[in-house]
Design a protein around this ligand. Structure first.
Ligand code: AMO
Length: 436
């Protein structure tokens, strides 16, 4: 019977068993040889009476009997009676799979993706990510949301024109979607009311930073019949609290591998909502108290994101902050305006979530009134003819609605404390990297 390493370690198998996997480590002790076998469930020590002819990373299948050994990882080993080499690996490996990856450079990890993904600590990043995606979907399904899949080939951008990838489409030029923004709004207006999408989006960011990918997975939500961005913040708190609880429940080993912890549901509930102007005041006041106060901070830039999370950790015991009411000039044209008393509606019903010093989410209530939207267009230098299907969306009956998008890789990065968001993408795309 073929079983997993974990079944043997958990004592589920007592008689002869067969396990299959990769050769993780070989230790020749003269008389006997210890081989550490790795499969999807973990690692298991194999004991060979005679030295087997094996290379690291070869794929093998062995038969044997479990035996207790307190020196073996997990306290049990398998005394091998039969070996089959299913695929022999070349003796020279370009990447040390069983090494300490904290000492390996990011370029080497990404250049050797097939092998680096075999490293248990690196694999655990994607166990975490799988739970994030599953918990995101699970929470929303439970709240009566419908999962949608929309096209990534689009005729126009949604988030601004500068970071669009153009592609040839027969005799035409079109773009890769920056966001499913218009589709998710369309489907709310089409009567679905509550939708979510998990899908790739594309951003032609020219700069190389630890927070930018050119292709990432966007966890998108759109919901009808809301009053303001505050409804969305409450919804996102529910989503995040559920994701963190599921990570605690299912991925303790993966979190431990990175020495990572996640906020409790109580901590998430305590995350403050701070209006944009107040956030800048707090950030500047906190920066002035620091050892090296620099110039005034005028925007929620990466430094401000770090400072506001440190402030919230001190004040509220959680390094998660929702910043709302962004100025209109900072948000896309579809964002619902908010008049804070200047008579010019220069603010918006918008928000960002900042977690452990990094923006992980943007969201807002959207325009839903056709006339009001037409009147707002010139403010953004836009004409009705630029708007295509977006106008139709508003013209034929659209509920007040809004939504948000969480960057899946950024959330994974911050849960585990990874230095770069690229570590949280299986096959990251950046300015120089389109393979593997
Ligand atoms: P925005 O453009 O702010 O909003 O993106 C939402 C979230 O996506 C993540 N993100 C990225 N992750 C990795 N690499 C990038 N280059 C990158 N760019 C963005 C971030 C960010 O918070 N349509 C709106 C959402 C909405 O209002 O529903 C949008 O896409 O975590």
């Amino acid at each position: 019977m073929r079983v997993l390493a974990k079944d043997i370690l958990e004592g589920k198998v007592t008689g002869e068993a067969e396990v299959s996997g990769w050769v993780h480590r070989i230790r020749d002790m003269g008389g006997i040889t210890f081989v550490i076998l790795r499969d999807r469930s973990g690692i298991l020590q194999l004991v060979f009476e005679k030295k087997p002819d094996l290379t690291l990373e070869s794929v093998i299948s062995v038969k044997g009997t479990p035996a207790a050994n307190e020196k073996a990882p997990g306290g049990t080993e398998l005394r091998v009676s039969g070996l089959e080499v299913l695929s022999k690996a070349a003796p020279e490996l370009p990447f040390q799979v069983n090494g300490d990856v904290s000492k390996t450079g990011l370029e080497s990890i990404l250049d050797n993706r097939l092998l680096s993904l075999r490293n248990p600590k690196i694999r655990s990043i994607f166990n975490i990510q799988a739970t994030i995606v599953e918990a995101f979907a699970g929470f929303l399904r439970n709240q009566d949301f419908t999962e949608i899949k929309t096209s990534k080939l689009v005729s126009t951008g949604t988030e601004g024109g500068t970071n669009l990838f153009q592609v040839e489409y027969f005799d035409d030029k079109i773009c890769l979607a920056q966001s499913p923004q218009f589709y998710k709004e369309t489907l709310v207006a089409a009567g679905m009311e509550r939708v979510f999408e998990i899908g790739q989006v594309y951003r032609a960011e020219k700069h190389d930073t630890p927070r930018h990918l050119n292709e990432y997975v966007s966890l998108d939500v759109e919901v009808g019949f809301i009053e303001s961005e505050k409804d969305l913040i409450e919804l996102e708190k529910g989503v995040l609290a559920h994701i963190f609880a599921e990570l605690e429940r299912k991925n303790k080993k993966d979190l431990d591998a990175w020495n990572a912890t996640v906020p409790s549901a109580d901590a998430v509930a305590k995350a403050p909502t701070v209006p944009y102007d107040e956030c800048l005041s707090i950030v500047n006041a906190e920066a002035a108290k620091g050892k090296n106060p620099g110039g005034r901070i005028f925007d929620i830039n990466p430094e401000a994101e770090r400072i506001i999370c440190e402030w919230s950790l001190k004040e509220n015991g959680v390094d998660l902050v929702f910043v709302n009411q962004f100025p209109r000039r900072h948000r896309p044209f579809y964002t619902y305006p908010l008049d804070l008393g200047d008579g010019k509606a220069s603010s918006t019903m918008s928000f960002d979530a900042i977690f452990r010093g990094l923006e992980i989410t943007s969201g807002s209530r959207r325009h839903h009134d056709y006339q009001a939207f037409l009147e707002a267009l010139p403010r953004f230098g836009l004409k009705t003819e630029d708007m295509g299907g977006y106008l139709e969306l508003l013209k034929y009956g659209c509920p007040p609605h809004g939504g948000f998008a969480i960057g899946c890789e950024r959330l994974t990065q911050k849960v585990l404390g990874l230095t770069s968001v690229k570590e949280a993408s299986l096959f990251p795309r950046d300015r120089k990297r389109v393979a593997p």
